[in-house]
Design a protein around this ligand. Structure first.
Ligand SMILES: Cc1cc2nc3c(=O)[nH]c(=O)nc-3n(C[C@H](O)[C@H](O)[C@H](O)COP(=O)(O)OP(=O)(O)OC[C@H]3O[C@@H](n4cnc5c(N)ncnc54)[C@H](O)[C@@H]3O)c2cc1C
Length: 520
């Protein structure tokens, strides 16, 4: 196995070529860094697929405090108010920073931002590019910036398989591709590996998004938090594709309604109807499907012939599947879209392992709580990357260690688990399903093989979901269908010191002083 020992040896290693990884590398420039991505930059990154945009209080009459308040409401009591306030306050500057990299957000006739409205936002506050091409445009600009930055060494086509640990904390990364493996010695590693939708049979995520950062961190002894909170998007295009193309919330923001095959608008009269938070709409759609109906998003009356002007990418995907959204309802179903939980990090993006930081979807900063507010994740990726870069820039890297030999695990493969994970860790969960999930995943997670890391990530979700005996945000238990004040707690997990078991405990929210819920 090759050990990379160039003049960059010892430089921080950033794992992940999505928005969070690219921004961390750019923010650290001119400090040398190694940016490791298992796919060519931007490919295989959810960031490039983002449609709706970036949430920021940049409109007339809007205010970061209102943005933070909407974030907390969506988070259903588990978001950290200080984190929400800090990130919402940083949002206008994040938009300005993206503009400096050349991202041209859409403007109205007066030259102001053309702001989109998305579910559970009290204001139009979503900046976007070319209607629904926001992620692709941001990634084009940032990939170009990264490639033009001499301090960033880009290593594409190698995936991080293990973090190396010694008594000082992180000692490096073991990475491998189809034909080679290497050790990257470093005292500073950033996990920016994205989400975990690829563990499920129905997802809008790139199929390679299988929570590898969570598995790497967990096997290195780091704490994970909020793992039970998986966000389902209610309107993935249901035409048999894997992954499922997304039909953005912004389409509902522009007035499209959910109907069934009889034309009944089954969300009518329920709160804000189609603009209720994603978990509410997802459960309503899932229940309607379970009752034997087919569900469609109908934009004929609201957008009609203008659909393709507002949403050119979505229109193209629909047309490729033989559907013209101007004149036909779009078949949809819920699919896993986003993971609120992940590697537990502090305000600087530090994990509980010395030398290990995390940002983007792989991390759990406390912003999203039980449910993410639409378009807050690109925002969080940009802002939290800055926190991480500031933190790394502020500490001296420790002396490098001679890397100890470690066994190279096989490339992880979630394929054999996806149907089972979807069945047991779905929009609605119950004890019987969770018990079955834990029994099977426990066997797979700690015995090696290509399913081990995906099984560990799913096991962390299942264990937290079983412990949380209530329904809140993205976590819904048929056997505990109400939120419980006693569960205004965060679950923190880690793999125990024997490396064979997941430990799960409930901790109070920041500044809370209630006794812990029992049984967790
Ligand atoms: C279809 C879709 C639409 C969305 N729309 C929006 C939106 O409009 N607004 C919004 O705010 N959010 C949106 N989201 C969510 C948002 O895109 C993601 O949460 C965000 O982009 C995550 O960024 P990231 O950098 O953390 O991860 P990603 O962009 O997913 O990047 C992860 C990177 O890590 C790499 N990687 C993973 N594991 C390894 C490994 N072991 N070794 C090396 N490399 C590895 C991957 O190859 C990839 O390069 C959307 C998501 C999807 C799927």
């Amino acid at each position: 196995m090759e050990t990379i020992r160039s003049q960059r040896a010892g430089a921080p290693v950033i794992i992940g070529g999505g928005l969070a990884g690219l921004m961390t590398a750019l923010r650290l420039a001119p400090q040398p860094v190694i940016l490791l991505a298992k796919t060519p930059l931007a490919e295989g990154a959810a960031s490039a697929w983002a449609q709706g945009g970036v949430a920021a209080a940049v409109g007339d009459g809007d205010d970061p405090a209102l943005h933070a308040a909407d974030t907390l409401a969506a988070g259903d009591g588990l978001s950290d108010p200080a984190v929400a306030a800090r990130i919402a306050a940083a949002a206008p500057a994040a938009v300005a920073e993206l503009q400096r990299y050349g991202v041209m957000f859409d403007r109205d006739a007066q030259g102001r931002f053309a702001l989109g409205l998305e579910a559970a936002h009290g204001r139009r506050r979503i900046v976007h590019v070319a209607g629904d091409g926001t992620g692709a445009a941001i990634m084009r600009a940032l990939v170009a910036a990264v490639r033009a930055t001499p301090s960033i060494t880009v290593v594409e086509g190698l995936e991080a398989r293990r973090l190396l640990i010694d008594d000082r904390g992180i000692a490096g990364v073991l990475a491998a591709g189809p034909w080679s493996a290497c050790l990257l010695p470093s005292r500073q590693v950033v996990l920016a590996t994205g989400g975990l939708g690829g563990l499920y049979a129905h997802t809008t995520n790139p199929l390679g998004a299988i929570g590898q950062g969570v598995a790497l961190a967990a096997r290195a002894g780091a704490a994970l938090t909020d793992m039970e909170f998986v966000q389902f998007h209610p309107t993935a295009l249901a035409v048999g594709l894997d992954p499922m193309p997304l039909v953005s919330e912004a389409v509902r923001g522009e007035g499209a309604v959910l109907v069934d095959e009889t034309g009944e608008r089954f969300m009518a009269g329920k709160g804000r109807a189609e603009l209720e938070p994603r978990d509410v709409v997802s459960r309503a759609v899932a229940a309607h499907v379970a009752a034997g109906h087919r569900v469609f998003l109908d934009a004929r009356g609201s957008l009609g012939a203008d659909f393709a002007t507002h949403f050119p990418s979505i229109a193209a995907r629909c047309r490729a599947a033989g559907i013209d959204p101007a004149i036909q309802p779009i078949p949809v179903r819920p699919a896993v879209h986003y993971h609120m939980g992940g590697i537990a990090v502090d305000a600087e993006g530090r994990s509980t392992v010395e030398g290990l930081w995390a940002c983007g979807e792989a991390a759990s900063t406390g912003l999203h709580g039980a449910n993410r507010l639409a378009s807050n994740s690109l925002l969080e990726a940009v802002v939290a990357a800055g926190f991480v870069a500031d933190s790394i820039a502020g500490v001296a890297s420790g002396p490098l260690a001679a890397p100890r030999p470690v066994a190279l695990p096989p490339a992880p493969d979630a394929g054999a688990l996806r149907a089972f994970v979807s069945e047991t860790l779905d929009v609605v969960r119950d004890r019987a399903g969770l018990d079955a999930a834990i029994a099977r995943l426990q066997l797979l997670a700690f015995r090696g093989g290509d399913a081990a890391d995906p099984a560990l990530v799913a096991l962390l979700i299942a264990t937290a979901a079983l412990a949380r005996e209530e329904s809140r945000g993205g976590h819904w238990r048929a056997d505990f269908p109400h939120p419980s004040p006693a569960w205004a707690r965060r679950l923190v997990q880690r793999v125990d010191d024997t490396g064979t078991r997941v430990i799960c405990r409930a901790v109070p929210l920041p500044n809370a002083s209630q006794p812990l819920a029992s049984g967790a």
